[in-house]
Design a protein around this ligand. Sequence first.
Ligand code: SMG
Ligand code: MG
Length: 384
Amino acid sequence: MSGVAVHTGGSALPVEVEAVELHRIAMPLVRAFETSFGRQTARDVLLVRVLTAQGEGWGECVAMADPVYSSEYVEGAAAVIRDYLAPALLAARTVRAAEVSSVLGGTIGHRMAKAALEAAVLDAQTRAAGISFGEYFGAVRPEVDCGVSVGIAPSIEALLDEVSEYVEAGYRRIKLKIKPGRDLEPVAAVRSMLGPDALLQVDANTAYTVADIDHLRGLDDFGLLLIEQPFVEEDIAAHVMLAKAIDTPVCLDESITGTAVAIDAIERDATSIVNIKAGRVGGYLEAIRIHDACLERDVAVWCGGMLETGLGRAANVALAALPGFTLPGDTSASDRYFADDLTESFVLVDGRLAVPSGPGTGVTVRTELVSAWRTRPVELLTRA
Ligand code: SMG
Ligand code: MG
């Protein structure tokens, strides 16, 4: 049974949405993050605040500044919320988080934008009910195992230095970003530094094609936990071919946009492990449905990351506490990303982060920082 279905009663009382605010802030990253699709030096974040008769709620939109990870991007997410999603939510007036996806269903796609609104409503609703995201989701552990995602480095030496720092900090799993020309050699160097038992995986963010299958087979020498999303998101068949050709488990990220796609990819043997990101699939409640579908099929899942602030991280850590999340997630500590976080800092203790236990997300958005880091005027959206 799904974690969502279990939690009814007081926690499912609706909220009456009076207004939606959009906040845009920029936060410098402590170190540049390079992937196969580009190099990030700052996080351009869209935050959604819902004002309800029962209190406020905050949600973070995970869209990147540019449409390079997926088709969504911050400016587009703000526009679709302003023009379509917030008006639909405001028109519904009284809503439960579990109803938000159908209230917003008249708009196709834009899952990251929808997820931010759903998270804000869920925050308001669970705060009003006095329960935490972890309780609402059905968390089964008070803390979660954490991994870290390491960007493509300028040299092997720089990469080894960075990985050593994270190992020292206690991370339980290392993920290396790879791309053509920056794959076997860095992976070999990191594996030989870490030794055979360390949990190591790679993420290509769609940088390869089926012509690279022979080359990717070379990764089998390094005892990797998985290879994440080597091919373009729509091409499930290419991942099926790769999964047949290599021993390293294939794990989809970008391709998994919802439960039906996840089940299809699993049944076709395109993915034997699933990366779950709430923003990518339209919200935490859909993320839980994917978790449930994977758990039923004995497919391990782990929680992905989108360089979230403490706000999104709080929700991710609660999600990662569900029973099927048996592999360490990209749920790293605040200091891996930011000198100062938007909420209370998430601190790694023995390679784990604690699941917040207070009502709602369990963290408090530091509104003075929202003001200090603001890059656009606040937009206040009210009922027409
Ligand atoms: O939040 O630690 C994090 C980043 C994890 O590698 C990460 N995310 O494809 O999984 C992924 C990427 C997407 C964002 S890259 C800017
Ligand atoms: Mg990925």
